[in-house]
Design a protein around this ligand. Structure first.
Ligand code: THU
Length: 160
């Protein structure tokens, strides 16, 4: 038996103003999208903004449903939106932000496991990494350089 460790390389930014200028704009768009979330049950709003290589920005936010599992996370709404409407464009970056109506969230909130899996599919399909920047309502922003950094030991099509 041998023990191994997997490390996740992260970059931490203290404020949105520290981000590259195009990513500041992307995070601003994610914040706007967040406010259009349909989250009457959790009151936890999530906004996601994807940057495409053409410069287009594709938005998503969480869409809830009275039959709870029928709802969908912001990140998947965004990436399925891009997949449906711009199937041949490369996704270069994703910005994610959350706001709860119940409490102030100032820690960076990473995408859920199902969203990581869905995002990984598109990263593999396009054969180039998607940078992910995620934050709370305020506070620091964490960047990972690739979806795979958030999904070590993931499952993908090569095993099929
Ligand atoms: N949610 C997202 O939109 N993205 C995530 O990565 C985690 C959770 C949404 C789903 C649900 O509408 C609400 O946040 C509470 O779980």
């Amino acid at each position: 038996m041998k023990k191994q460790k997997i490390e996740i390389p992260l970059e931490v930014f203290e404020a949105v103003s520290e981000l590259p200028i195009d990513i500041q704009e992307l995070m601003n768009k994610a914040q706007q999208a967040r406010e259009n979330a349909y989250a009457p049950y959790s009151r936890f709003r999530v906004g996601a903004a994807l940057q495409l290589s053409s410069g287009k920005i594709v938005l998503g936010n969480n869409q809830e449903n009275a039959a709870f599992p029928s709802g969908l996370c912001a990140e998947r709404v965004a990436v399925f939106n891009a997949g449906a409407n711009f199937p041949n464009e490369i996704i270069t970056a994703l910005a994610i932000t959350v706001r709860s109506e119940n409490k102030k969230i100032s820690e960076a909130i990473a995408p859920c496991g199902a969203c990581r899996q869905s995002l990984a599919e598109y990263e593999q399909k396009q054969k180039s990494p998607i940078e992910i920047y995620f934050m709370g309502e305020t506070g620091e922003i964490i960047k990972v350089a690739s979806v795979m950094d958030l999904l070590p030991l993931g499952f993908d099509a090569k095993y099929l």
